[in-house]
Design a protein around this ligand. Structure first.
Ligand code: FE2
Length: 429
């Protein structure tokens, strides 16, 4: 009656012992004690089954380029940008394509089946755009890629950006990006935000802007982004990425700003792995953490998701594209260790990110896409704590990736004991 049934699943909403029946590419039933048979059954045995992870902010065009042409010695955003500028002339479409493609395989293995990638449009050849548009098409059966036209060298500061941005959108890039804090003046930053939101509104596209990725407490382009969102009635279609200056802003100003962001329906994407390393580099001690005010934004009702941002590139030498690592870092940097706070960090790499990307048919309910992960963990908190293995990754009803459970052998007096770190198996057996 079904093509696949996953039995005895724990769900992110707290339900336990749930069976998920899949027919074709869709979820057909979600209930305890589901009657019926299937071509294949997976016994989740009390493990967490959740919809796939989503990376709502990454750069597929620079990924896996670490060390080319040299390493980032200062560790700053600005050296990363100039290093990327040195690398750009030597890039080819094929090289960008192959590196990004490899990262997609890493993503699938990690259960990340939707990615929003920024693509630099300041190389006049638009090689990265062509590479990633082709990759988006090749990957469609396996994972969803959204592309953001990102003027890395500034929309106004780099003279050809306006022309290149429109060319990129005409080539099929999905979302309008920006980088107002990198423009030459605050006024140019505000002007770039106004112009870019207008372009998106006219074309019926979403906006996702690098915004205020700075330690400067006076970098307030998010204010303009919220105002332009309201002006163009873009509620729910605009995202501010990074927003790290909010960490350094005056508290009184933030008490006005966060309600403005919420009223405008602007979403926020924090990138904890990257901003805990890039920000605060000009500080001695104490050093600012530099992640935006995740807890306070969430409390105000703003949709907040987390991105990986970089994987082994001019800005970040680490990473394996694991969204559980991102959630783990976020809860540390944001001091979000309460039970509900940890769960909200899990939501930030799953359901909140689905809202940011405006994905359809995401979730575990009849009629939704049969896109699911079985984790080696009992619940979301354990999954984050352990960076739990993704035992099965399912895409549209078919198994896309499998990983064996992680079990250590501990040798005591010549006798081997099996140990895994999940709550049910804390004792040696
Ligand atoms: Fe970024």
């Amino acid at each position: 009656m079904f093509d696949l049934i996953i039995r005895k699943a724990n769900l992110p909403d707290g339900r336990t012992g749930i069976d998920v029946g899949i027919l074709g590419e869709r979820i057909a039933a979600v209930e305890a004690g589901l009657e019926g048979t299937a071509g294949r059954e997976i016994d989740a045995a009390g493990r967490l089954v959740c919809p796939p992870f989503i990376d709502s902010h990454v750069h597929l065009d620079s990924t896996l380029s670490l060390g080319l042409p040299r390493l980032n010695e200062s560790g700053t955003l600005l050296e990363g940008i100039s290093l990327w500028g040195e690398l750009k002339p030597s890039l080819t479409q094929e090289v960008i394509y192959q590196r990004a493609r490899k990262l997609c395989f890493w993503s699938m293995a990690r259960g990340t089946l939707a990615i929003r990638s920024h693509v630099d449009i300041c190389d006049d050849r638009l090689l990265a755009v062509d590479a990633l548009v082709a990759l988006r098409e090749e990957m469609k059966p396996y994972l969803d890629i959204q592309l953001v036209a990102f003027p890395q060298d500034g929309y106004i500061r780099y003279g050809k950006s306006p022309e290149n941005l429109l060319r990129a959108l005409d080539k099929g890039v999905d979302v309008v990006g920006g980088i107002p804090h990198f423009e030459a003046t605050m006024a140019d930053g505000a002007l770039s935000v106004a112009q870019l939101v207008r372009i998106a509104a006219e074309r019926g596209l979403q906006v996702d802007m690098h915004c205020d990725e700075s330690d400067d407490p006076l970098s307030r382009h998010i204010e303009t982004l919220a105002a332009e969102t309201v002006r163009h009635r873009m509620h729910g279609r605009v995202t501010g990425s990074h927003l790290t200056s909010m960490h350094s802003m005056d508290n009184y100003y933030v008490s006005k700003l966060i309600p403005l962001i919420a009223e405008a329906g602007v979403a926020a994407v924090a990138n904890p792995l990257i901003n805990i390393t890039l920000q605060g580099r000009h500080d001695t001690y104490p050093k600012r953490r530099g992640m935006t005010r995740v807890k306070e934004l969430m409390a105000a009702g703003v949709t907040v998701s987390f991105g990986h941002d970089c994987v082994m590139d001019p800005w970040y030498p680490m990473g394996s594209h694991d969204m559980l690592e991102v959630a783990n870092m976020a809860l540390h940097v944001g001091q979000m260790t309460g039970v509900e706070e940890i769960k909200s960090c899990f939501a930030a790499v799953t359901e909140n990110a689905a809202k940011v990307l405006n994905l359809e048919n995401y979730g575990i309910a009849p009629g939704k896409n049969a896109d699911l992960i079985v984790l080696q963990a009992g619940d979301a908190i354990e999954a984050i704590r352990l960076h739990a293995e993704r035992l099965f990754v399912i895409r549209r009803g078919k198994i896309l990736a499998e990983t064996a459970p992680r079990v250590a052998q501990v040798h005591l007096g010549g006798e081997a004991k099996s140990l895994d770190f999940t709550r049910a198996n804390l004792d040696l057996v």
